[in-house]
Design a protein around this ligand. Structure first.
Ligand code: ADP
Length: 299
């Protein structure tokens, strides 16, 4: 069984500023960091660091060498990555002294998927292979339809939630992985149990994973509900917690672990990720997750 993550690759340019620039103003910045990201790439990295042989499908622009290098360094299969004319998907992020930020997102190559490219990629996969998707590339509805027609197992992190998801036939999804905000956007409910119930009613054959930040996570399938507490850690930066959780949970499920054991493993990996600054850099390797002594961290 093969695993494919078909999704975004982004370059984040993070500028330190005294204050977030206002219209008509020029503001100096003396510190910039350039980071690889995108939910798609973060989740591929989490899968790879968990030990899964994963290929990433997507597009980068002419400035995308560092994203391709990042994939290769993490052992992610790059045969379904294409470099096209134009710029990579990227963000320009200003962060002021108080930690306030403003984010400009340019879709770039992430918005350049074509039907031919999708056919070419999915041509390498078969029934029961796994495809992991998020909502940061165009033609998501086409990818879902074509992957389903092949009999692939579709894991979807419906993030960010927007009208593009309304075009998708979500009854074709095998497993949803979402946080409380996306859960509310999809169902109109706010209580976790009600979100799960509403998702289950709408998509009865899908497994549902709902993450609740420091309050842990819930899972529901036709056999019932499983609850997992978060592992108590001192949170430094929760960016990429969800992506880490998604990668590790998918690893667990596709290697035959139960949902309960999968939630536990994913929660450990995500807890370690929140103890470290940064997004992709904070995603732990399996060895660290297994070897970590959790008792020491109890607050
Ligand atoms: P997202 O990053 O998508 O918003 P969540 O905030 O729900 O996702 O976090 C995903 C998972 O990461 C949680 O279910 C939990 O296991 C873990 N996690 C998040 N925040 C913390 C925290 N402060 N302490 C421990 N674990 C956390």
């Amino acid at each position: 069984m093969k695993v494919l993550c078909f999704g975004s690759l982004n370059i984040d340019y993070v500028y330190k500023v005294n204050h977030v620039v206002r219209p008509g103003e020029t503001e100096k910045s003396e510190e910039v960091s350039v980071n690889c990201g995108g939910k798609g790439l973060n989740q591929s990295v989490a899968l790879a660091r968990a030990g899964m042989a994963v290929s990433h499908a997507g597009m980068v622009g002419k400035d995308g060498k560092l994203l391709l290098d990042q994939c290769a360094e993490n052992g992610i299969g790059t045969q379904y990555l294409r470099m096209i004319e134009g710029r990579c998907g990227h963000t320009i992020i200003q962060v002021d002294n108080e930690g306030n930020n403003s984010i400009l997102l340019y879709g770039g190559a992430n918005q350049c998927m074509t039907r031919d490219f999708i056919d070419e990629v999915l041509g390498g996969f078969e029934k029961n292979d796994v495809i992991l998707l998020q909502n940061e590339i165009n033609l998501l509805h086409v990818i879902i339809d074509k992957a389903y027609a092949k009999g692939m197992q579709i894991y979807l992190n419906p993030s960010p939630y927007n009208e593009a998801l309304e075009k998708c036939d979500l009854r074709k999804v095998s497993c949803f992985l979402l946080n409380e905000i996306e859960g509310e956007q999809m169902t109109g409910e706010t209580a976790p149990e009600k979100i799960l119930a509403a998702m289950h009613e709408r998509y009865p054959s899908a497994d549902i994973v709902l993450t609740l930040g420091k309050d842990g996570s819930l899972y529901l399938d036709e056999h019932g509900m499983v609850r997992q507490e978060a592992f108590p850690v001192k949170a430094v930066d929760t960016t990429a917690a969800g992506d880490t959780f998604t990668g590790y949970f998918l690893y667990a499920r596709s290697t035959g672990m139960t949902a309960k054991n999968g939630l536990e493993l994913a929660s450990k990996a995500a807890a370690l990720a929140v103890t470290r600054p940064g997004a992709m850099d904070s995603i732990p390797a399996m060895e660290e997750v297994i070897c970590h002594s959790w008792e020491e961290d109890a607050l």
